[in-house]
Design a binder for this molecule. Structure first.
Ligand code: RIB
Length: 322
């Protein structure tokens, strides 16, 4: 069975649903819920739920959060490779408003302990992968190790450079075959690596040729999938490497959804994209992006992060032709 390896974070999410996000100095009452999260775990659950055999490499504390991660990994059929840490398992405080938007603060805890050595020790799992996916709530050197090893074994690497304030270095960009920033992350990467001053809010409306040139400057050798929220996403390939597509750049519209909570929607997109790339590598890239877009839209229709990932059966019922 085609395998996806996800390297990244696990958090226990503490979530408050309020009518509006709190402003500085404001105290609000909201409805509280807790559940599994962390960009890495959300992506691993999405990849597994979308149908790919999935390994998840992370670091966990010896506490209730760590035990929750282990129990849920088993329940989802995920092969968990967890580095033991003396720090507490990662946490996130999340406010979700009536429109499904959110604000998040993370406490990295054990996630900050994930080491390149531990990742290297998972070499045989990485060698068996078709796709290796990572984000940046874990130390950069550990993520570089995962993506470098993946490349050395001929796996495709997908880097989700989230969150926006994480240090996404040139070294990391150099080991990404596919880069999946959102608007804020893309603008930040341009400012950091290309000296550009682009407004995140202007990207969805930007002329396609211009956007393509910006993507080519940022990642000359790979593919950029820029996610644009309600405006869908924009794909930019290297001109001589179209991965089965007809054009080096195009837009993919967002899918319809009755949005309840967008927390983890980006993770749903990344996990589903990785799963689709692993399961049908010969299919045009655009078909993987369409699958990920639809999968992510479905994830926004229920609350929570990892708990909101649709199963393959539910997806097939909604999109029988996919
Ligand atoms: O992307 C959503 C995730 O970001 C949440 O689950 C939270 O844990 C933070 O990592």
């Amino acid at each position: 069975m085609p395998r996806v390896v996800v390297a990244g974070s696990f958090n226990v999410d503490h979530v408050w649903h309020c009518t509006a996000l709190p402003r500085p100095g404001e105290t609000l009452a909201g409805e509280y819920a807790t559940g599994p999260g962390g960009k890495g775990f959300n992506q691993a659950v999405a990849a597994a739920s979308a149908g790919a055999a999935t390994t998840f490499i992370c670091a966990l504390g010896d506490d209730d959060g760590g035990r929750l991660a282990r129990r849920l990994a088993t329940a989802h059929g995920i092969d968990l490779r967890a580095q033991d840490s003396e720090a507490a398992t990662g946490t996130a405080g999340i406010y979700v408003d009536d429109g499904g938007g959110n604000s998040i603060v993370i406490g990295p805890g054990a996630n900050a302990a994930l080491s390149p050595d531990f990742v290297a020790a998972q070499g045989e799992a990485i060698a068996a992968a078709r796709v290796v996916l990572a984000q940046l709530e874990s130390p950069v050197d550990a993520i570089v190790e995962a993506l470098r090893r993946a490349r050395a074994h001929g796996a495709r690497t997908v880097l989700n450079p989230a969150p926006a304030n994480a240090p996404c270095t040139r070294e990391l960009l150099a080991v990404a075959d596919v880069l999946t920033p959102n608007e804020t992350e893309f603008a930040g990467l341009l400012a950091r690596h290309c000296g550009g001053g682009t407004e995140p809010g202007s990207l969805a409306r930007m002329d396609e040729e211009h956007l393509h040139r910006l993507c080519r400057t940022l990642l000359p050798r790979g593919t950029v999938v820029l996610t644009l929220g309600a405006a869908g996403c924009f794909v930019s390939h290297r001109e001589d490497s179209l991965h089965g597509d007809e054009s080096p750049h195009y837009r993919c519209p967002a899918a319809e959804a009755k949005v309840v909570d967008t927390t983890g929607a980006g993770d749903a997109f990344n996990g589903a994209l990785a799963a689709s790339l692993a399961m049908a590598p010969a299919h045009p890239f655009a078909s993987h992006v369409r699958f990920a877009t639809r999968y992510a839209a479905m994830s926004t229709e229920r609350p929570g992060a990892a708990d909101s990932m649709p199963g393959a059966g539910e997806f097939a019922a909604r999109y029988p032709a996919d």
